[in-house]
Design a binder for this molecule. Structure first.
Ligand code: FES
Ligand code: FES
Length: 148
Protein backbone atom coordinates (compact mmCIF):
# COMPACT_ATOMS: atom_id res chain seq x y z
CA UNK A 1 0.00 0.00 0.00
CA UNK A 2 1.23 3.52 -0.75
CA UNK A 3 1.06 6.18 1.93
CA UNK A 4 1.77 9.86 1.45
CA UNK A 5 3.35 11.09 4.68
CA UNK A 6 4.66 14.63 4.93
CA UNK A 7 4.74 14.95 1.16
CA UNK A 8 6.68 11.76 0.56
CA UNK A 9 5.19 8.52 -0.77
CA UNK A 10 6.10 5.37 1.18
CA UNK A 11 5.42 1.80 0.10
CA UNK A 12 4.36 -0.23 3.13
CA UNK A 13 3.55 -3.92 3.34
CA UNK A 14 1.05 -4.06 6.21
CA UNK A 15 -2.41 -5.41 7.00
CA UNK A 16 -5.20 -3.05 5.93
CA UNK A 17 -6.62 -2.93 9.46
CA UNK A 18 -3.34 -2.10 11.21
CA UNK A 19 -3.80 1.25 12.99
CA UNK A 20 -2.06 4.11 11.21
CA UNK A 21 -0.11 4.91 14.39
CA UNK A 22 1.59 1.50 14.30
CA UNK A 23 2.57 2.03 10.68
CA UNK A 24 4.01 5.48 11.39
CA UNK A 25 6.01 4.36 14.41
CA UNK A 26 6.97 0.76 13.69
CA UNK A 27 7.18 0.65 9.89
CA UNK A 28 8.22 4.20 9.00
CA UNK A 29 10.17 4.80 12.24
CA UNK A 30 8.55 8.19 12.75
CA UNK A 31 8.42 8.37 16.51
CA UNK A 32 7.15 11.93 17.01
CA UNK A 33 3.56 10.73 17.10
CA UNK A 34 2.92 9.07 20.45
CA UNK A 35 0.94 6.14 21.79
CA UNK A 36 -1.06 7.00 24.90
CA UNK A 37 -4.34 5.18 25.36
CA UNK A 38 -4.90 3.34 22.09
CA UNK A 39 -8.65 3.99 22.26
CA UNK A 40 -9.03 7.48 20.75
CA UNK A 41 -9.32 9.17 24.13
CA UNK A 42 -6.07 10.99 24.88
CA UNK A 43 -5.05 12.57 21.55
CA UNK A 44 -1.33 11.78 21.89
CA UNK A 45 -1.45 10.10 18.47
CA UNK A 46 -3.08 13.01 16.59
CA UNK A 47 -2.00 13.55 12.97
CA UNK A 48 -3.62 15.36 10.05
CA UNK A 49 -5.34 13.51 7.24
CA UNK A 50 -6.30 15.81 4.41
CA UNK A 51 -6.04 18.66 6.90
CA UNK A 52 -8.28 17.15 9.57
CA UNK A 53 -7.04 16.16 13.03
CA UNK A 54 -7.34 12.38 13.39
CA UNK A 55 -6.42 10.03 16.26
CA UNK A 56 -4.18 7.62 14.43
CA UNK A 57 -4.32 4.85 17.06
CA UNK A 58 -7.89 4.15 16.04
CA UNK A 59 -7.74 4.59 12.28
CA UNK A 60 -7.03 1.60 10.05
CA UNK A 61 -4.16 2.42 7.75
CA UNK A 62 -6.33 1.58 4.75
CA UNK A 63 -8.47 4.64 5.55
CA UNK A 64 -5.43 6.87 5.06
CA UNK A 65 -4.40 5.41 1.71
CA UNK A 66 -4.44 8.00 -1.07
CA UNK A 67 -4.72 10.86 1.41
CA UNK A 68 -2.26 13.48 2.61
CA UNK A 69 -0.97 12.45 6.02
CA UNK A 70 0.95 15.04 8.02
CA UNK A 71 2.71 14.20 11.27
CA UNK A 72 4.51 16.44 13.74
CA UNK A 73 7.69 15.79 11.75
CA UNK A 74 6.11 17.48 8.74
CA UNK A 75 4.33 20.40 10.38
CA UNK A 76 7.14 22.93 10.00
CA UNK A 77 7.86 24.27 6.51
CA UNK A 78 11.50 23.26 6.21
CA UNK A 79 13.36 25.16 8.90
CA UNK A 80 10.43 27.55 9.51
CA UNK A 81 8.37 26.43 12.46
CA UNK A 82 4.58 26.46 12.30
CA UNK A 83 3.09 29.36 14.27
CA UNK A 84 1.73 26.89 16.83
CA UNK A 85 5.22 25.49 17.40
CA UNK A 86 6.57 29.03 17.83
CA UNK A 87 3.84 29.92 20.33
CA UNK A 88 4.56 26.69 22.23
CA UNK A 89 8.20 27.69 22.60
CA UNK A 90 7.34 31.27 23.58
CA UNK A 91 4.93 30.04 26.27
CA UNK A 92 7.12 27.19 27.53
CA UNK A 93 4.15 24.86 27.15
CA UNK A 94 5.68 21.37 27.39
CA UNK A 95 6.49 19.69 30.67
CA UNK A 96 7.40 16.03 30.05
CA UNK A 97 6.40 16.58 26.42
CA UNK A 98 4.71 13.24 25.86
CA UNK A 99 1.30 14.63 24.86
CA UNK A 100 2.62 17.68 23.08
CA UNK A 101 3.03 16.46 19.50
CA UNK A 102 -0.61 15.40 19.46
CA UNK A 103 -1.66 18.60 21.19
CA UNK A 104 0.17 20.76 18.63
CA UNK A 105 -1.32 18.83 15.70
CA UNK A 106 -4.83 19.20 17.13
CA UNK A 107 -4.31 22.94 17.65
CA UNK A 108 -2.87 23.45 14.17
CA UNK A 109 -6.00 21.84 12.69
CA UNK A 110 -8.26 23.95 14.90
CA UNK A 111 -6.59 27.19 13.80
CA UNK A 112 -6.95 26.21 10.16
CA UNK A 113 -10.71 25.82 10.66
CA UNK A 114 -11.13 28.66 13.16
CA UNK A 115 -8.31 31.21 12.95
CA UNK A 116 -9.56 33.04 16.08
CA UNK A 117 -11.01 30.36 18.36
CA UNK A 118 -12.88 31.34 21.50
CA UNK A 119 -12.28 29.57 24.81
CA UNK A 120 -15.48 27.62 24.11
CA UNK A 121 -14.10 26.51 20.72
CA UNK A 122 -10.90 25.39 22.44
CA UNK A 123 -12.83 23.49 25.10
CA UNK A 124 -14.93 21.76 22.44
CA UNK A 125 -12.09 20.85 20.11
CA UNK A 126 -8.91 20.40 22.10
CA UNK A 127 -9.87 17.40 24.20
CA UNK A 128 -6.33 16.03 24.32
CA UNK A 129 -5.21 14.84 27.73
CA UNK A 130 -2.04 16.16 29.36
CA UNK A 131 -0.98 14.30 32.49
CA UNK A 132 1.33 17.19 33.39
CA UNK A 133 -1.58 19.63 33.45
CA UNK A 134 -0.30 22.12 30.88
CA UNK A 135 -3.83 23.18 29.95
CA UNK A 136 -3.49 26.84 30.97
CA UNK A 137 -0.27 27.25 28.99
CA UNK A 138 -1.88 25.45 26.04
CA UNK A 139 -4.79 27.89 26.07
CA UNK A 140 -2.51 30.93 26.28
CA UNK A 141 -0.35 29.61 23.46
CA UNK A 142 -3.40 28.93 21.26
CA UNK A 143 -4.55 32.54 21.63
CA UNK A 144 -1.01 33.77 20.97
CA UNK A 145 -0.73 31.65 17.83
CA UNK A 146 -4.15 32.91 16.68
CA UNK A 147 -2.92 36.48 17.03
CA UNK A 148 0.52 35.86 15.50
S1 FES B 1 -3.20 6.97 21.73
FE1 FES B 1 -4.62 7.61 20.28
S2 FES B 1 -6.05 8.80 21.36
FE2 FES B 1 -4.71 8.01 22.90
S1 FES C 1 3.44 17.65 28.92
FE1 FES C 1 3.52 15.78 30.03
S2 FES C 1 1.68 14.76 29.44
FE2 FES C 1 1.50 16.72 28.59
Amino acid sequence: MKLNVNGRVHDVDVEAEMPLLWVLRDELKMHGTKYGCGIAQCGACTVHIDGEAVRSCSLPVSAAEGKQIVTIEGLAAGSTLHKVQKAWIDHDVPQCGYCQAGMIMAVAALLKDKPKPTDADINDTITNICRCGTFQQVRAAIHAAANA
